[in-house]
Structure formats: C-alpha cells, structure tokens
Design a protein around this ligand. Structure first.
Ligand code: AHG
Ligand code: MN
Ligand code: MN
Length: 322
C-alpha cells in the first residue's frame, strides 16, 4: 500500500505543500490519540467559554484547536490561519506561502456519545504582497483551494483529501503511524436512494425544500417512484464521508429558526473543503442555486446553505428550489 508522500508526488504536489500537509496530519495523529482515549483523556466536558459563533466550546474543541494552531504556526509554511475556534485570523510566518482554514473538531455534540467526529481543513495560497495580518487574504473563493481534506476519528482514523487530482482515501496505520492510501479516485454514484438532513428543522425550511423531502419520503407511491432511506450522524464530516463512500445527498438548507442566522455551516472551513472533495469525486455541491466553490467570501466565519452529493439527486433537488 502506498504511503502519503509518494501518493502526493504522483499527483504532482509541490514539496512545500506536501510538508504542510504532513504538518497538519502530525497534529491530527495527536488528536486521534486523545479522541481514542475517550473519558480517559479527561477532555470530555464543556468549557465555560463561547466561541465567536456563540457556541459553548468543548474541552476537546479547544485542545484540538491548540494542537493544530501550534504546529501550523511553528511550521514556517503558513502566513496566517483561521479557525472555527478563533475570533480572527492568527498570523504565522510573514514569508509563508499558504493560508489554512480549519474546523478543529466537527461534530462536537458527538464527543460525549462516542460518536463520529473529525477535523476539516482547507489550504489557500497566500498573497506575497499582503501583510500577514490582512484578513482579506482569506477572501478567496473555494475554486482557489490548493488542497482540502478531513481526518475522521472513527473506528479507523481516515484521511480523505484532494489536491485537485481526484479525491483519495487513506487510513492511519497505527503500527507505524503513517497514513496509507486505500482508495485512489473515489467516485460518488450519480444516483442515490439515501438522504441526510436534520428533519427536526423541517417546519423552518422554505416550502420548496419541504416539498422535495416530502416527495423523497413518499417513496415508491410518491412522485419519485423510489424508496429512499435516511441517515443522519449529526456531524457533517461523517455524513459527507458516507456520501463519498457510497453516494447520497447531504443537505443543511437555510431555515427560518433564527432570522439573523439562516444558515448553520461555515463556508471557509466546512462547505468549501467538503465541496472540493465532493466535486473531485464527481458530485455536486451547491448553495442557493450557486456552486459553493464560486461564492466570493465576505467573512472568515460566514455561513451558507449546503446541498451536496450524488450529481443527479442534487440536480433534482435544485429543480424543486428553482
Ligand atoms: P461543529 O461541531 O464544528 O460546530 O459543527 C457541527 C455542524 C455539522 O457537523 C453538523 O452537520 C451540524 O452542525 C449539525 O447541527 P444540528 O445538530 O444543530 O443540526
Ligand atoms: Mn463543524
Ligand atoms: Mn468544530
């Protein structure tokens, strides 16, 4: 089985970018170890602090953030970082070639139930002529990403990553501590009978979205003439992993629960990296009828609607929303 660096070299990834990716993965190996310790890690509780999103941080959110932040800032490769758990961008090496946005732990509400959680990351090029503290450097659409991926802390710790030459699966081999390539060029089936959505928000979606889901649930007797199944893990990283593994549609649509915050998922460190992975696997990823990766960001913590997965199913959903 191929190791990470040779696999990346086959995709023509530059030496510096490989080194940066290895830096991120070194941090995720430490997080994987702590996650695997469960209650023994002493990190299962909540802090008393809220992050910029107004969400109470879990101890593991904070520790994962510190681990990744420290290795990135020490690496020298990174000009600045942005994280779900940091109010603003954090400055690294002024000469660094890269910017990294990350969600240190996605699916934090799964921590206490020993459910799926993961780290999501996105690498953008840094501008040479911009000072490292200039947050506007991050305002690049997802199409500019050089690399995107996530590390899933499941029964196996898996890396799913793209550098624009297909989406590949790797598994952490705990016997020697490296990520080994297990599936090159993953491909999402174009059709599916599986959907993932938080049904508890149904009454808050716009009518067209409600109609789309009602028709899926109607099954063989409904207008779709097809039996659908629902799966929801409560962690985007796990739900998207299922979509990449066997197809499906994942949606976190806009809703009217809180008029000031119609969307849940964050563009820079959730929607964009997942969209890059899904598109590289032949799927689609949209938000309000627009390709997510073409959205011009206006804020590092911006939230967007997300509908992604099997090509034909996403297109069908778009027709309802049109
Ligand atoms: P995070 O743990 O990084 O804040 O992200 C959680 C996100 C995402 O993983 C998931 O799909 C969604 O929140 C679930 O939220 P709800 O349970 O509120 O629907
Ligand atoms: Mn998240
Ligand atoms: Mn998070």
């Amino acid at each position: 089985m191929q190791r990470l660096a040779p696999a990346l070299r086959e995709d023509d990834v530059s030496h510096d970018l490989i080194s940066l990716i290895k830096t991120i993965l070194a941090a995720t190996k430490e997080i994987s170890f702590r996650v695997g310790q469960g209650h023994l890690s002493g990190l299962m509780g909540s802090t008393l602090d809220e992050n910029i999103q107004g969400e109470i941080q879990k101890e593991l959110d904070v520790v994962a953030n510190e681990i990744i932040k420290d290795v990135l800032l020490e690496s020298g490769y990174v000009k600045a970082i942005s994280s779900e758990e940091e109010d603003t961008t954090v400055v690294g090496n002024p000469e660094g070639k890269y910017l990294v946005s990350f969600d240190p732990l996605d699916g934090s509400s799964n921590i206490e139930v020993n459910g799926l959680i993961g780290t999501i990351f996105s690498i953008l090029p840094a501008k040479k002529d911009c000072p490292a503290y200039d947050t506007s450097m991050f305002m690049q659409p997802g199409t500019q990403q050089l690399c995107a991926g996530y590390v899933l802390y499941g029964p196996a710790t898996m890396l799913v990553m793209t550098t624009g030459k297909g989406t590949h699966f790797y598994v952490l081999d705990r016997t020697h501590g490296g990520f080994l390539l297990v599936e090159r060029n993953v491909s999402i089936p174009e059709d599916t009978h599986e959907f993932a959505i938080n049904m508890a928000n149904q009454s808050h979606w716009q009518p067209a979205m409600q109609k789309y889901i009602v028709d899926l649930i109607a099954g063989k007797k409904g207008p779709r003439d097809k039996a659908f199944n629902m799966r929801w893990l409560g962690a985007m990283v796990g739900d998207v992993h299922r979509v990449l593994s066997r197809g499906g549609i994942f949606a976190y649509p806009s809703d009217s629960k809180n008029s000031e915050q119609p969307n849940k998922l964050r563009l820079m460190y959730e929607a964009n990296p997942m969209s890059f992975l899904v598109e590289q696997a032949g799927g689609l990823s949209i938000s309000n009828q627009q390709r997510i990766m073409e959205i011009q960001p206006s804020d590092i913590h911006q939230r967007v609607e997300v509908i992604l997965g099997s090509k034909n199913e996403v297109k069908k959903c778009m027709k309802y929303l049109d």
